[in-house]
Design a protein around this ligand. Structure first.
Ligand code: SF4
Length: 159
């Protein structure tokens, strides 16, 4: 079972009220292998919402209390993002998900790279808060940019 960022499956849960639909990942859902989650909605963020970025660190630093997540208009969103990560982990455990496919660069879902906190579209190394919490709990995380790898693996495991 895979946790999948809901926006990738066509759910309009992004900050701008749109989705990031990726038709390749529908294959997982069609075979009952995808649990769609939007950590930011699960954490109590509205949709649409102001874009948010991690300031001065990454998801690991947020979980360790070393930095904050702030919206573009200056609101501290840290607690909501941490709650969203925790609720996502709860669902991963309920469904026995061992892997996750998450949307690249998001302060929640990003894996390997996230927006750098300047709201300029620049990317820095690091994971989003949810990606980091899932990794810390033994779940293998992939970026949607590796969707082909995920689908190949799933296919070989008899999707
Ligand atoms: Fe998509 Fe994750 Fe952002 Fe929700 S938090 S809109 S699932 S990238």
């Amino acid at each position: 079972m895979y946790i999948v960022s809901a926006c990738l499956l066509g759910v309009c849960c992004r900050y701008d009220g749109k989705s990031s639909y990726d038709g390749r990942l529908i294959e997982l859902a069609a075979h009952g292998k995808a649990v769609p989650v939007c950590p930011e909605q699960l954490g109590g963020c509205t949709t649409p919402r102001e874009p948010c970025e991690i300031i001065g660190g990454d998801g690991a630093d947020v979980l360790d209390g070393k930095c904050r997540i702030v919206s573009k208009n200056g609101e501290d969103m840290t607690e909501r993002f941490i709650k969203g990560a925790e609720e996502t982990l709860k669902l991963a455990k309920v469904y026995g998900a061992e892997k996750a496919v998450l949307k690249a660069r998001s302060p929640s879902c990003g894996f390997g790279g996230i927006y750098d906190g300047t709201f300029t579209g620049k990317v820095t190394a690091g994971n989003g808060v949810t990606a980091e919490l899932l990794i810390r709990n033994g779940i293998e995380v992939f970026s949607d940019e590796s969707a082909e790898v995920v689908l190949k693996q799933a296919d070989e495991a008899d999707l």
